[in-house]
Ligand binder design. Structure first.
Ligand code: NAX
Length: 328
């Protein structure tokens, strides 16, 4: 049998945590033959609720689940962790300015970065889900100098999956027939879902659909504002779909992308496609043997260039704001 993989989940008592933990424990994160040990991090007030979720995990009698430990201290929670899912974050509340939001999250992601630096396993992989995800990942990464920057990623896989779903409906094809979808930039309303490089049956999806008005006025805003539409309909923010995307992100990172396809991950920029070095921005990436690389050599037309520049510009502003606050 394989050695167990230790997975730390923050915000474990929240709604994404509730949808995520059962799938990790049942083997969907890493594989049906990989035993897991869970370490859950919560704030003190939510530890009891996390204990309730742990009771339910016990009651599922998952054969792969080799233990659950619950913490309210980040240093302890990240001790020996191989996969860190940073879900817990400070949500924006009424009257909060962007600076306040970034500062409040800096108070969470700076110590978590330090804790990962101090105690995580050498092969640690980090996925930040908690918003503003890209910039929270940047904060954590900048406080973990001993961990390669490439190990800190943020989630745009939900946006990627939303884009697949919208395109599949429009084109009347299965999501499995769509390859090379890309989300560029920030996990925010400025993100750019790119249909020019996406393919249906080997042809550009934009050409197959051949409807620029739909692409600009319907597809892009529907994908970018889907989170708000879910809140409006469900009365609560996306949870099961976000958890499913987190599972997909890590599963792809660990197990590799398929030949002839890629995925979307927010990763530290090396300057590719004019994205300033060091920003954590979503790119088309392939993965192999547990490492990602940015797909190179794509031609970017004027329309895509404008969209990419806008979302990357927002990321640069967020970076400047957290730098000014002394958070990076
Ligand atoms: P919930 O409010 O249900 O749960 C968050 C949990 O985090 C709470 O239990 C809270 O006690 C805990 N928490 C807060 N501070 C913590 C800390 N310092 N350490 C450990 N735990 C802490 O939110 P939920 O719906 O689960 O969403 C979690 C985060 O995901 C939010 O920031 C949300 O904006 C973000 N999302 C990101 C998405 C993405 O695609 N990147 C999509 C879904 C989601 O909106």
């Amino acid at each position: 049998t394989r050695t167990p993989v230790t997975v730390t989940v923050t915000g474990a008592a929240g709604q994404i945590g509730y949808a995520l933990l059962f799938r990790i424990a049942s083997g969907h994160l890493l594989g049906a033959d990989v035993p897991v040990k869970l370490r859950l991090l919560e704030i003190p007030q939510a530890v009891k609720a996390a204990e309730g979720t742990a009771m339910e995990l016990d009651d599922c009698a998952f054969p792969l689940l080799q233990g659950i430990d619950i913490f309210d201290d980040a240093t302890a929670a990240f001790q020996g962790t191989n996969v860190a899912l940073l879900v817990g974050a400070r949500p924006r509340t009424k009257g909060m300015e962007r600076g306040d939001l970034l500062e409040a999250n800096g108070g969470i992601f700076k110590p978590q970065g330090e804790a990962i630096n101090a105690g995580a396993a050498d092969d640690v992989k980090v996925l930040v889900v908690g918003n503003p995800a890209n910039t929270n990942a940047l904060i954590a990464q900048s406080h973990a100098p001993d961990v390669p920057a490439a190990r800190f990623t943020a989630m745009t896989r939900l946006d990627h999956n939303r884009a697949l779903a919208q395109l599949s409906k429009k084109a009347g094809v299965s999501v499995a027939d769509i390859k090379k979808m890309t989300i560029w930039g920030n996990h925010s309303a400025t993100q750019y879902p790119d249909l020019f490089h996406a393919e249906i049956g080997g042809k550009s999806a934009a050409a197959v659909v051949n409807d620029q008005k739909w692409l600009e006025d319907d597809f892009i805003p529907t994908v970018a504002k889907r989170g708000a539409a879910i809140i409006e309909a469900r009365g609560a923010s996306s949870a099961a779909s976000a958890a499913s995307a987190a599972i997909d992100h890590v599963h792809t990172w660990v197990n590799g992308t398929a030949e002839g396809d890629w995925t979307s991950m927010a990763v530290v920029s090396d300057g590719s496609y004019g994205v300033p070095e060091g920003l954590i921005s979503s790119f088309p990436v392939t993965t192999k043997d547990g490492e990602w690389s940015i797909v190179q050599g794509l031609e970017i037309d004027e329309f895509s260039r404008g969209r990419i520049d806008a979302t990357v510009g927002e990321l640069a502003e967020e970076r400047d704001a957290v730098r000014k606050l002394g958070l990076i």
